[in-house]
Design a protein around this ligand. Sequence first.
Ligand SMILES: NC(=O)c1ccc[n+]([C@@H]2O[C@H](COP(=O)([O-])OP(=O)(O)OC[C@H]3O[C@@H](n4cnc5c(N)ncnc54)[C@H](OP(=O)(O)O)[C@@H]3O)[C@@H](O)[C@H]2O)c1
Length: 301
Amino acid sequence: MKILITGATGLVGSELVKLLLKNKHTIHYLTTSASKIEDKPNIKGFFWNPQSGKIDESCIYGVDAIVHLAGANIAKRWTNAYKQEIIESRTLSSELLFNLLRKTPNQVKQIVAASGTAIYPESFNQVFDETTTQTEDSFLSNVVKKWEASVNTFNVLGIKVCKLRTGIVLSDKGGALPEMVKPIKFGFGSAMGSGKQMQSWIHIEDLIAMYNFALVNQLEGIYNAVSPNPVSNATLTKTIAKVIKKPLWLPNIPEFIMKLILGEMAYLLFSSKNLSAEKIKTAGFQFHFPHLEKALYNLYQ
Ligand SMILES: NC(=O)c1ccc[n+]([C@@H]2O[C@H](COP(=O)([O-])OP(=O)(O)OC[C@H]3O[C@@H](n4cnc5c(N)ncnc54)[C@H](OP(=O)(O)O)[C@@H]3O)[C@@H](O)[C@H]2O)c1
């Protein structure tokens, strides 16, 4: 297959590219940085700028499927201007791809897009699956609604749309985990608030295998990209400390302190998402890292 990837240079994208090349696929990718463009027999980069509507149209030639990962990182201070960028980097990029496909003859049959879990209601005990129609009213939830709506439009073109609502991606190379490990490593780690908020997580290896699974099986619809065993923030903190062999001695950090430091972005630490992985399992996907402790040992030993 020839696969066009957006956001291919990021944490998830760079690992996904390695797996897809290993599986003998050909990769085209779109990047907003001219310096990240390379041109090799099996992988070729193309420039785009969703903000200004620029795209190298030859990126679509011969492409069978699109993986849409692009989006401004949410772990930066949520100023009004940056909030706008978080939304537009996702919606304008979808629109640019959609318009390219609409006006250019192509053979694209499927788009597999990243999405988020923020759309789900806050929950400690109740487990939510993809059939729920309840949503949360928060900035990030509204980002996800707009993001998914922008991807759903591809259906009009007869293209299958698959959305992977992704939990906290566990990788030692970036994202949330190294930020959680750092204070624990230096002896200043502690759980956040009550520590009872649920964290739906996924090992990066399982996530990229899930993207591959979605492509190979031509999946359509929404799938939660989370491990089958979400944990509380307290358990996550304790398990990291156990795996890296560091003691935890500080009391939990109160929510108001983190709100003072991080502003509205503290949402990322205190929101509670308890999500089901049953749908993707029923589709035949097998997790390599269904349990947190083994996932962390794999990354940190
Ligand atoms: N990591 C997680 O825990 C997690 C959890 C849930 C959902 N997700 C979602 O999954 C996707 C991939 O995650 P990731 O962790 O790999 O993200 P990442 O490391 O931040 O990479 C995202 C990529 O998007 C592109 N990008 C950044 N700003 C952009 C902008 N303004 N316009 C267009 N493209 C832009 C960049 O590629 P170029 O520089 O090459 O343009 C970047 O490499 C993201 O959409 C993310 O929101 C991630």
